[in-house]
Design a protein around this ligand. Structure first.
Ligand code: PLP
Length: 385
């Protein structure tokens, strides 16, 4: 069969895998060697060395990731932040200006607001919901527009169609952090984004046991970013590449279950008298429900909610939960709960947090792959007691 026409679930297993298989190995072997024998390479970036991101493990997994996103090419990085910051530093130079969505992941927000200035790069934040306001922020030196597929922790969905169109019209590089949606729910490269970024630490690996990132886009852009990555040194070790490769193979099964389970849990929470508010784009009450429905194949395993009664009630509720692990991060097989005010958004002042809708009692939930019924029963008992 033609590989391009295969369904995503099949591509996840077979795309990128070596043909023929290496020494007949069904699973991609780990090439745990820092360097390889010189074989006549003529460019520095082609010399085979782990930091140059070109081991057989890197090449095979990169091809798979590109196929999943519908992009031409991909590269793996040592973390999501390594992928994001290296992409920024490749695509923006001194004197350039960036437009970025106003509700970024904490680490990205910090980099944009605290580090870009040192490189002589300026920025303006934009409201992802209001494309008509973007033109007023555009400058002659604006080079890129940066959004996230779903915001953390309110699960807002920016006008992604308008983002791609705006970028094309004004000759900007369109960049998206697609971590929260994962390629199962949204294939950003196929949709038209120039650069798609992932924290593979989350859904792509899915097992909460490594940190990694990915950059996906055209061959030319990914090569440029890879060269910068080769210089900055944010390379993933082949053993971790192998683990990520193994994790990715179950992505479709995991995310489909998480989509379904999260929707049921969100519906349960929304109908519970002790719950004040649920932020989940799969609920019709979410301000971006219609857009999420049009853009995505599923609404993800992420949500946030608030109980009636404030911080004290919330703390007690979290303590009473027996199944979810109380830990930051997301996208793993185990259900996780955190208070964004104490983890992802602890760097912001209480005032700034409240301005963007993150109260001290907002709970963020990353739904794992446990039985939905068990999770709902656990939430129910924790709410009752
Ligand atoms: C976790 C995360 C990152 C950063 O990824 P790391 O792998 O921790 O460096 C970036 N963006 C989003 C949306 C994330 O959730």
């Amino acid at each position: 069969m033609k590989k391009d026409s295969l369904k995503l679930e099949t591509k996840i297993i077979h795309s990128g895998e070596p043909e023929p298989r290496i020494d007949g190995a069904v699973s991609m072997p780990i090439f745990q060697t820092a360097m390889f024998e010189y074989a006549g390479e003529t460019s520095y970036h082609d010399v085979r060395y782990i930091r140059l991101n070109n081991t057989p493990n890197h090449i095979v997994l990169s091809k798979k990731l590109a196929a999943l996103e519908g992009g031409e090419s991909a590269q793996i990085a040592s973390s999501g932040m390594a992928a994001i910051t290296t992409a920024f530093l490749t695509l923006l130079k001194t004197g350039d200006h960036l437009l970025a969505q106003n509700c970024l992941y904490g680490g990205t927000h910090d980099f944009v607001t605290k580090d870009l200035e040192g490189f002589g790069i300026s920025y303006d934040f934009i409201d992802g919901n209001d494309p008509s306001s973007w033109l007023s922020k555009l400058k002659p030196n604006t080079k890129a527009i940066y959004v996230e597929a779903m915001s953390n922790p309110l699960l807002e969905v920016a006008d992604l169609k308008a983002t791609v169109e705006f970028a094309r019209k004004h000759n900007l590089v369109s960049m998206i952090d697609n971590t929260f949606a994962s390629p199962i729910n949204f294939r950003a490269s196929e949709f038209g984004f120039d650069i798609t970024l992932h924290s593979c630490t989350k859904y792509l690996n899915g097992h909460s046991d490594l940190v990694a990132g990915a950059i996906i886009g055209s061959k030319a852009l990914v090569e440029k970013i890879t060269h910068k990555l080769n210089h900055l040194g944010g390379s993933l070790d082949p053993h971790a590449v192998f683990l990520l490769h193994r994790g990715v193979k179950t992505l479709a099964l995991r995310v489909k279950h998480q989509n379904e389970s999260a929707l049921k849990i969100a519906q349960f929470l929304a109908s519970h008298p002790k719950v004040a508010k649920v932020n989940y784009p799969g609920l019709e009450t979410h301000p971006n429900y219609q857009r999420a429905k049009e853009l995505f194949n599923g609404f993800s395993g992420m949500m946030s909610f608030e109980l009636k009664g404030g911080v004290e009630v919330t703390t007690k509720f979290i303590k009473n939960l027996t199944i979810p692990v109380k830990a930051p991060s997301l996208g793993g097989v185990e259900t996780l709960v955190t208070l964004p005010s104490k983890t992802s958004h602890a760097g912001l002042s209480k005032e700034d947090r409240e301005k963007i809708g993150i109260s001290d009692s907002l709970i963020r939930l990353s739904v794992g792959i446990e039985a939905t019924e068990d999770l709902i029963l656990d939430f129910e008992q924790a709410l009752e007691s």
